[in-house]
Design a protein around this ligand. Structure first.
Ligand code: BG6
Length: 472
């Protein structure tokens, strides 16, 4: 049993329902929840545009079919039947008076803010003033702050009117199936659990590669850069789940406590082990300032100074316009003793364990086998699993987060301390970003990213979906 004592939300209020995120993600997630009968509350959309409910329903339908779902009319009609709409200025008090009138006093709403972060505090303050927060939860989209000081300030502003257990800080990576599974894969399997520490692991690499550029998000991205966009949030959250100790119970804080311990054991990052890159052509993108020095690629080294991980270097790289779209965590195991019966002992590759997060989540164990055809040659063999093949089609991240948000499952959201710790960890790199290295689109980033690993395992070709089991 979880220690959650608050009731499920009986109303979902989405601020920004006419925005981009709703079009790309939210409507689809709601539709999928409706299809598996996992929705049972009305949905009130709030936004600035003066459109009719019919127009909103038409937008929802278009958004769902554009996202690739084939629409079952009966399911869609059920979803449409839940929708209502309120338009107004989210910074003025009139909207909140109408909202209070619509909602009444006997509801437990979930307010989901799909809004620019500068509006988070004003909206929450207005909700508080209108008396709408007592029995509510509030979910906030990323980004949460743009550095340590702003994240602290936003947390402080929220805490004036909300308790921590009412705040759900969204990080959609926490809704990805293999990220959720990590806790169980790691601690339900002795074969993995016994290897998962500094005695067996020599180093750890995380790669998040995207094979597309910044495209139409120039203005947003140029003010942010890769470190803030995906490292401070997504990849550090993943790392915490990779590295944490087993939670002591099923409660929301049990897992968040263990993640927080990982962050607290991580020294702030050292600019001397930080490489930034920018792909050629980036500054021609509309919205990007000429001469911009924003990074579209980062590679860095970090450490976790605790009993399990001390001395295991962790290398992380993330970038746009790289050759593949793939996110993986790779653990390199130590060498076995080279005993005399083994031919060509030096050529035995140490084992690797790969958790692929995207696409086609799965796990790979890379072993060394001796190929005795025509002499003796060590070869890699792979034990691969695909979570989709073994477990069926996964719940999508936003579907999981919306469902979790409605019941207040805070295991799926970032707690205050993890947000502030992760900003503390990256802050020195924001303060001293250092030089920016150009790289060709379609390459694996600047040469300096390779030099960062000197003396360690080099960056590996990620495990790609459909890649064969045996390589020459
Ligand atoms: C977002 C970033 O948070 O995550 C994007 O702003 C990035 O730049 C995206 O592309 C990646 O998410 P996913 O789910 O496609 O891996």
């Amino acid at each position: 049993m979880n220690n959650r004592d608050s009731s499920p939300s009986d109303l979902l209020v989405i601020f920004g329902i006419t925005g981009d995120l709703a079009r790309k993600m939210t409507f689809r997630a709601l539709y999928r929840l409706e299809r598996r009968n996992a929705l049972d509350c009305p949905i009130l959309g709030v936004a600035g545009r003066d459109i009719t409910l019919e127009a909103l329903i038409a937008r929802a339908r278009d958004a769902i079919s554009e996202s690739g779902e084939s629409i079952d009319d009966a399911v869609f009609d059920r979803l449409a039947g839940r929708l209502s709409y309120l338009h107004g200025d989210v910074t003025g008090s009139a909207l909140y008076a109408s909202l209070a009138e619509r909602i009444g006093t006997d509801r437990n709403p979930l307010f989901y803010l799909e809004m620019p972060p500068s509006l988070f505090a004003p909206i929450v303050e207005n909700l508080g003033r209108a008396g709408l927060l007592e029995r509510s939860r509030v979910a906030l989209e990323k980004p949460f702050g743009h550095d340590l000081a702003s994240a602290r300030e936003l947390n402080a502003q929220l805490h004036v009117v909300l308790r921590e257990d009412q705040i759900l800080r969204v990080d959609h990576f926490l809704g990805k199936q293999p990220v959720v599974e990590l806790e169980y894969l790691r601690f339900a399997n002795l074969a993995i659990a016994e290897l998962w520490n500094r005695r067996s692991v020599s180093e750890l690499h995380i790669t998040m590669a995207e094979d597309f550029g910044v495209e139409d998000r120039g203005k947003f991205y140029d003010a942010v850069g890769a470190l803030r966009d995906v490292v401070q949030n997504h990849l550090l959250q993943v790392l915490a789940l990779v590295a944490m100790e087993p939670p002591v119970g099923p409660g929301d804080d049990d897992i968040n406590d263990k993640k927080a311990e990982v962050f607290r054991a991580m020294p702030a990052l050292d600019p001397a082990h930080y490489v930034r890159g920018q792909y050629r052509g980036y500054t021609d993108i509309p919205g990007v300032s000429k001469g911009s020095r924003t990074e579209t690629f980062v590679a860095l080294r970090m450490e976790i100074e605790n009993w399990r991980w001390a001395g295991v270097p962790i290398f992380l790289r993330a970038g746009k316009a790289l050759p593949e779209k793939v996110t993986e965590v790779r653990l390199f195991l130590r060498r076995t003793p080279a005993l005399a019966f083994m031919p060509n002992r030096g050529a035995v590759e140490p084992n690797q364990i790969v958790l692929r997060i995207d696409p086609d989540p799965g796990m790979r164990l890379q072993l060394a086998a001796l190929d005795t055809r025509g002499g003796a040659r060590w070869r890699d063999v792979h034990l691969d699993s695909s979570l989709a093949q073994d477990l069926g089609e996964p719940i999508r991240p936003y579907e999981r987060l919306l469902q979790g948000g409605l019941i207040g499952d805070r295991r799926l959201f970032a707690r205050e301390d993890s947000i502030e710790e992760t900003w503390r960890i990256v802050q020195p790199l924001l303060d001293s970003p250092g030089e920016i290295h150009p790289y060709e689109p379609g390459s694996w980033g600047p040469e300096a990213a390779h030099s960062l690993l000197r003396g360690h395992r080099s960056w590996q070709q990620p495990w790609l979906p459909g890649a064969g089991h045996v390589r020459d």
